[in-house]
Design a protein around this ligand. Sequence first.
Ligand code: FES
Length: 213
Amino acid sequence: MKKKRGFSPKILCFLCKWCGYSAADLSGIQRIQYPPTIRAIEVVCSGMVHPNWVVNSLLSGLDGVMIFGCHLGQCHYGGGNELALKRKEVIEETLFDMGIDQRRFSIKWVSAAEGEQFANAVQEMTQFLKKLGPNTYSVKGPFSHIPPVYDARKISFIYSTNGKDYFWDGNIYEDNLSAHSAISRYLNEGFEAKLVPSKGKILIYTRRVPGKH
Ligand code: FES
């Protein structure tokens, strides 16, 4: 297990190319100091970042994930950052279900002229993760019992159909009987549920029905 002492977190940053990337670039040009804890991936828009990318990054042992996008109302594609904000809820809910501290993920809005704000956000996240300690999910995660062929990292946590997102319930069902009895329970509790065959086993994805909880 990683030791907390002298710990330097690894943070993955998705930078929207119009504002996030430009702000990061500007902070470099202005020689504003921030810790070398981030690895950056440029994306066209913050709305492009799929929730699975964030969840899988944290499942892979990264200590934090950040998305930097344009300020709300200033996305170059209209509402990409609004979509990112909606996905934040989805991501946080998934992380909560998996026992990963949701604060390991954050979204920040910056303009291309805000190099200092970018550097400050990285600094704050780094300090926070240092206090929180390493992401030990891979050591003690609730899915560690799943055999390698069903490696949780290879399972899609979100199943989308007809414009709705459903979330994996975290179980692998061996037969139709157990899957159908689980589905009945979910329906009784006010969830929608989808049964999805996978490699001879069954996965169930659920979705809260608005107004029923
Ligand atoms: Fe920057 Fe959409 S272009 S968030």
